[in-house]
Write a protein that binds this ligand. Structure first.
Ligand code: MG
Length: 401
């Protein structure tokens, strides 16, 4: 994949004294092994330090003000945007991830601003139409570097956003960028410079990055149950045998005999989220105590320290399997996935065959990719669901302009 543009030539450090004061006021109990914004490895381009917020607050604020963040409102999580107003979108999903991650970070004395910045940015690189869209684009990009949404999220914040006079991208701190890059192939890691190095050296990212990753999992497992039941693709009776759900559904029934419908589902799901959060806090605390890191460097050299207990991990895996078989492979979800693949593949093929159909910003010389194919991938990945559908009509419906 074309990752050279996201490599890290140099870093600059901010005014650490001022940042330390702000951070101490906002996070008085920050652990020594948490990410301290005064100790950031800095940004790709020199900038004066922020004057009334920490470095990670500035990252969070830049992400919220970005175009890519606003587009998340119209991008699919599981259900395509027009299928219903109450289903999660990438935007509401990202907000739920940030909420869960902040709660846990506060309990573990980790940096809430950093964990929030990573959570809000973690899905910025997603294509329209959820995983079906990513799979289709990756398929189209075979032979041209492939497409991977984690890497694309990093590309959005490093290269694609255009908001500042002095540089492309949002110029985020190293720690936020490494948190966004959850996974990475060895081949891509080699091209990424600093931010990819941990994948080659087998080291860990900050605890805040580890936490955002698991908060993502807590959020989507639970809201997919909620959305699955709301859509009617899942039935409550199917879930009774899944321990993690059944246990709390029975507790809710004991508390309010005869409770039904949305209220019963919400009372159950909120208990599941709480159980996962409490387990993650306890198990992570135990691991941190065992290793007793005294700095972020110790964290990087230790095994992963943010983790569920073995029992909870096993229960969550059963729930994940259930969702995979019964929701993500439901025939009505399959139909939408098939239409999504068809839509993105036809768009890609049309642009590749006739580059003159692309907006000038994405034609050769105008785009930010190393070749036409990367420009097309950037253009398509940036589309919302409804923009992709409109673009499809504009290209293939003779009456549409
Ligand atoms: Mg996510």
């Amino acid at each position: 994949m074309n990752v050279a543009a996201t490599a890290s030539p140099s870093y600059n450090k901010g005014n650490s004294y001022w940042i330390e004061c702000i951070e101490a006021a906002m996070n008085p109990s920050l652990a020594p092994y948490a990410a301290h914004s005064s100790l950031t490895r800095g940004r790709l381009h020199d900038e004066p330090s922020p004057s009334a917020r920490s470095e990670y607050q500035r990252d969070r604020d830049r992400i919220i003000h970005s175009s890519a963040f606003r587009r998340l409102e119209y991008k699919t999580q599981v259900f395509v945007n027009h299928e219903g107003d109450l289903f999660r979108t990438r935007l509401t999903h990202s907000l739920e991830v940030a909420q869960i991650a902040r709660s846990i970070a506060r309990n573990l004395s980790l940096n809430e601003d950093l964990v929030e910045a990573i959570s809000l940015a973690h899905d910025l690189g997603h294509t329209p139409f959820g995983h079906a869209g990513q799979d289709a684009l990756n398929e189209c990009m075979q032979g041209h570097g492939g497409f991977e949404h984690n890497l694309q999220s990093l590309r959005v914040v490093d290269v694609l956003e255009e908001r500042y006079g002095g540089f492309d991208g949002l110029n985020l701190t190293f720690e936020t960028r490494e948190g966004i890059l959850k996974h990475c192939s060895v081949e891509n890691a080699r091209q990424l410079g600093d931010v990819g190095r941990r994948f080659l050296e087998g080291k860990q990212p900050t605890l805040e990055a580890q936490l955002a990753n698991l908060a993502d999992e807590i959020a989507y497992n639970n809201h997919d149950i909620d959305d699955g039941l709301r859509s009617g693709f899942l039935a409550e009776a199917q879930l009774d045998d899944i321990d993690l759900y059944g246990r709390y559904r029975r507790e809710v029934e004991r508390l309010w005999p005869g409770i039904r419908g949305r209220r019963a589902i919400h009372e159950t799901v909120r208990r599941m989220i709480n159980a996962l959060i409490i387990d993650l806090i306890r198990a992570s605390n135990d691991r941190i105590k065992d290793v007793s890191p005294s700095s972020l460097d110790d964290v990087r050299n230790a095994p992963p320290l943010i983790a569920f207990s073995d029992e909870m991990r096993a229960e969550a895996a059963i729930l994940k399997d259930f969702l995979f078989c019964n929701l993500y492979r439901h025939y009505q979800v399959n139909r939408m996935s098939s239409k999504a693949r068809h839509t993105l593949t036809r768009l890609f093929d049309a642009f590749a065959a006739e580059p003159g159909l692309l907006p000038p910003d994405y034609q050769s010389g105008g785009g930010k990719g190393n070749d036409l194919y990367r420009n097309i991938a950037d253009y398509i990945a940036g589309m919302t669901d409804r923009y992709a559908m409109r673009e499809y009509r504009r290209l293939f419906d003779i009456e549409e302009t």
